[in-house]
Design a protein around this ligand. Structure first.
Ligand code: GUN
Ligand code: ZN
Length: 434
């Protein structure tokens, strides 16, 4: 046998663009008896099983029939130091931060704590079919090292960075404008482009940053335009009111970030729930991304993300779990809750759109669609196997599913980590067989 190669056999589904209507079969490629030929962590060939098998007759075959094979799911907003914050009984955002989140994040000064939590964090991601995530680490450089070291051990493409925060939080979590600049800069040098790591400049949000610190974040972005930047915006009414007090001269919340040069195509803005028209126009103009965090928005009672309004204004979008404000590591659970938030606003998301969003759509939001988010030849072999009959009740419902779209909707509505039969990272299976 040729053990340098692997063939995955199953039903292949991959998108080449966003579906724009219900039966937009041109938006994706669906191969009912398909296969991927994987070598050195890359997808070498994709096609019909018979064609692919003929190219590598000695390669071992992983037969995943009758399951679906999709690109690995991408989580565009998650908090690594909130593994022990998820499921905390709190009131709204600011109370939740003060009562649960800030205390938990303080523990990440200890490298050993970060290393232990990182193992559980990555186990959770891959169990739920997530192969790439964009994370906030804590304000301690140690947490960034723990985060990227464990990702490197698993060969995962991960994005993340040190949270910059210099006020309105416990002293043990606060850095300074200067130290946050210096630490971020050193971490960019250490991690950005090391293996599959991407550094993200990470000012937490306007409330926990002085103007001097946002200035430092802007300087970092100008000096390192290859890096992404992430922060939070317009999540909660009390948060917005406090921000207005702290930055009385800004046009609005987005105006704060705008004035420090933090916006652009690589900028990811978590939540974007309570946006005014001016903010939407600036989002569009700068190409910044509005990240939808459904389970978090429901859990913290933050509000309803208006996808149709954002898209009408030409704003780029992404979807994410936002664990620990979010309540599930699963992008399937996240799509389901997102569907319900949109349904409440009479915006019914089609299942093809959902699965596009969690794969190629999120990859496009990150500008990484040439590496991840599809099953295209030459891209990284981050791939999942989905079983729409994973539980007895799913199997009964699956008996009556008439189409691919129905199967996807069932996976979204009833699915969780049990529906993820296998997760391949750089071509290597992460789950135990069986
Ligand atoms: N705003 C500032 N920090 C956070 C955080 O950790 N989670 C959420 N959901 N919103 C935030
Ligand atoms: Zn968040």
């Amino acid at each position: 046998a040729d053990n340098t190669k692997t063939i995955l056999r199953g039903r292949l589904l991959s998108f080449h663009r966003a579906p724009d209507h219900l039966e937009d079969t041109q938006a994706y490629q669906y191969e009912t008896d398909g296969a991927l030929l994987i070598e050195k962590g890359r997808i070498l060939k994709r096609g019909r099983f018979s064609d692919v098998a003929a190219l590598a007759p000695d390669a071992p075959i992983q037969d995943h029939r009758p399951h679906l094979i999709l690109p690995g799911l991408i989580d565009t907003h998650i908090h690594f130091p909130q593994v022990q914050v998820i499921a905390s009984w709190a009131d709204q955002l600011l109370d939740w931060l003060n009562d649960y989140t800030f205390p938990a994040e303080q523990k990440f000064e200890d490298k050993a704590h970060g290393t232990r939590i990182a193992k559980g964090f990555y186990d959770a991601l891959t169990a739920h079919g997530t192969t790439t995530a964009v994370a906030y680490c804590s304000s301690h450089p140690n947490s960034v090292d723990a985060y990227f070291e464990e990702a490197a051990r698993r060969n995962m493409l991960m994005l993340g960075g040190k949270t910059m925060m210099d006020r309105n939080a416990p002293d043990a979590l606060c850095d300074t404008a200067q130290s946050s600049y210096d630490d971020s800069k050193a971490l960019i040098g250490k991690w950005h482009g090391t293996g599959r790591a991407y550094y993200v400049i990470t000012p937490r949000f306007a409330i926990t940053s002085t103007p001097a610190q946002l200035e430092a974040a802007g300087a970092l972005l100008r000096e390192h335009p290859q890096c992404h930047l992430q922060t939070h915006i317009n999540e909660n009414h009390n948060e917005i009111a406090f921000t207005k007090e702290l930055y009385p001269d800004a046009d609005d919340y987005l105006g704060v970030y705008e004035s420090f040069g933090l916006l652009g195509k690589k900028t990811l803005l978590g939540h974007c729930i309570h946006m005014n028209d001016r903010e939407l126009a600036v989002m569009k103009e700068t190409g910044s991304v509005a990240v939808f965090c459904p389970t978090s928005n429901l859990f913290l009672g933050s509000g309803l993300y208006d996808k149709a309004r954002l898209e009408t204004h030409g704003v780029r979008t992404a979807i994410a779990t936002d664990v620990g404000g979010g309540t599930s590591y699963s992008l399937l659970r996240t799509l389901d809750e997102g569907y319900k938030i949109l349904q409440l606003q009479r915006q019914r998301m089609h299942p093809l759109t959902s699965f596009y969003w969690a794969t190629r759509g999120n990859a496009e939001a990150l500008g990484l669609e040439d590496r991840i988010g599809t099953l295209e030849e030459g891209t990284d072999a981050d791939v999942i196997v989905l079983d729409a009959a994973a539980t007895p009740e799913m199997a009964l419902r699956m008996e009556t599913a008439q189409s691919l779209a129905e199967e996807l909707f069932l996976l979204q509505t009833l699915g969780d980590d049990r529906a993820i039969k296998q997760t391949y990272v750089s071509g290597v299976p992460q789950k135990r067989a069986g």
